[in-house]
Design a binder for this molecule. Structure first.
Ligand SMILES: *Cc1c(COP(=O)(O)O)cnc(C)c1O
Length: 448
């Protein structure tokens, strides 16, 4: 049998999508799995590697999703597999808080070295992005002795109680799940495509709206942390205008507020830098990471200024599984791959290819209101022709058509009208081109 890293890098459809075996499995899923767990494309995966997912019917799909920006180094990436396998043979768990192991410390050393800023840093490891965000807030509150937390319109920070409170969008994330954690405030976001005012002064105007609202509604002296995604993910790959992040970071510093960059989706080479903040030279006080960190194994982290991270009393942070040794070994393999394959540079090449091809589609069809993103985190915002009115139905239709032609795509956005692309950074040019051909053809047939 070929290993996952040797899967031929080609799209192949041998049944309709989903095929008969997938459909059979999906019946079992419906009978066994909570209906609350939504499934985008019920194609059951058997193996995956590079830019290809192989399903149980023998179809080979092009992966433009990476399991939501997770398998940036590819699925079953050789270094991840090798290190995780060795770790499985050695031991699977001790709990770092009971009897520690080197792999946890080594991941923290890497995080402290790779995240923005050359100040003294510390890290702590967790299991999921939401858990990392929760802990970043805990740390910021403990350090400042304040309680209020400020988040933004279109934000996504997770699905636990506190992170639901931080997340902006009601359906599907919050509907019926309240009450939510208190002392969380939502402020306007500088969203260039939908900014109602003068685009020339968006940074100044949005910043004025932000600071005056915090002052009037919360009081700067009560704010422990401001949390922001440097490029908003689930909210629709919203890239803020240059200067916005830096202004907020500076204002936080002036007011003794911890500035948290949630890089769970944008981190680990995805945007063409190790972290999206770097494009503007912004140095966060705390940074949360997860998704791309460990090649698909569950791991998350908070990294930040030593004086903030060390302010918490011993045993104030932790958890049974946080920084599991197998996940840590996988992370060391993933980081080694990102460095040896220079994946930040590859993400920039992927951006060039996407921009060119998406530009061609936009020229042909006036339903593409905006092309945006950075690196291998690209998206189009789909609207009714000649307007900014969101067209979620067309977005769903285009995604569905490309799915049935064997390209896995994801949608996003507060208005459900963003088609987003998150290919593994190791995908080859031929697959990228073919996937984009199919996206273009899906627009053609949806609009014919
Ligand atoms: C996905 C995501 C989270 C939540 O991560 P989970 O691992 O799903 O808990 C938090 N923040 C951002 C920006 C994300 O994209």
């Amino acid at each position: 049998m070929t290993t996952s890293s040797q899967i031929p890098q080609e799209r192949k459809l041998v049944t309709s999508i989903p095929g008969p075996k997938s459909q059979e499995l999906h019946q079992r899923t419906k009978a066994a799995v909570s209906a609350g767990v939504g499934i985008g494309l019920p194609v059951y995966v058997e193996r995956a590697g590079g830019g290809i997912l192989v399903d149980v019917d023998g179809n080979q799909l092009i992966d433009f999703g990476s399991g939501i920006a997770v398998t940036s180094v590819g699925n079953s990436a050789p270094k991840v597999v090798e290190k995780a396998k060795n770790q499985l043979d050695d031991f699977t768990h001790t709990c770092f808080m009971v009897t520690p192991y080197e792999e946890y410390t080594a991941v923290c050393e890497k995080l402290n070295e790779l995240t923005p800023g050359d100040h003294e840093k510390r890290s702590a490891l967790f299991n999921s992005g939401a858990e990392a965000v929760e802990n970043a807030i805990k740390i910021a509150r403990h350090h400042t002795g304040r309680t209020a937390v400020v988040a933004f319109d279109h934000a996504y920070h997770g699905r636990t109680n506190l992170t639901m409170a931080l997340t902006a969008k009601n359906m599907p994330y919050k509907q019926g799940f309240g009450p939510f954690a208190s002392d969380v405030y939502r402020m306007p976001m500088a969203y260039p495509f939908r900014w109602p005012g003068n685009p020339e002064t968006i940074v100044e105007d949005a910043f004025e709206a932000f600071t005056s609202a915090v002052h009037a509604q919360v009081g700067e002296q009560n704010v422990a942390a401001v949390i922001i995604e440097p490029i908003q993910g689930e909210g629709g790959f919203i890239v803020p205008p240059t200067g916005w992040l830096a202004k907020i970071a500076e204002w936080c510093r002036e007011n003794g507020i911890v500035f948290i960059a949630d890089e769970v989706q944008s981190g680990f080479c995805r945007t063409g830098d190790w972290f999206a903040c770097e494009a503007e030279g912004v140095v966060p006080d705390l940074i949360t990471t997860a998704k791309g960190i460990a090649g698909g194994l569950p791991l998350a982290a908070v990294t930040g200024r030593a004086e903030i991270m060390d302010a918490v009393h011993a045993s104030g942070l932790g958890g049974t599984y946080g920084g599991n040794p197998v996940a840590c070994a996988g992370a060391l393999g993933a980081i080694e791959t990102m460095q040896s394959e220079n994946l930040p540079a590859r993400a920039k090449e992927i951006e060039k290819i996407f921009r060119e091809r998406l530009g061609e589609i936009a020229k042909k069809h006036d339903v593409i209101g905006d092309i945006r993103g950075r690196g291998a985190m690209m998206a189009v915002e789909i609207v009714k022709p000649g307007t900014k009115e969101p067209d979620a139905d067309l977005t769903k239709k285009v995604a569905g058509l490309s799915n049935s032609e064997g390209v896995v795509t994801l949608t996003a956005g507060t208005y459900g009208n963003v088609l987003r692309f998150l290919p593994p950074l190791v995908i080859d040019d031929a697959l990228l081109g073919e996937g984009l051909d199919i996206i273009a053809a899906s627009f053609d047939s949806a609009l014919s």
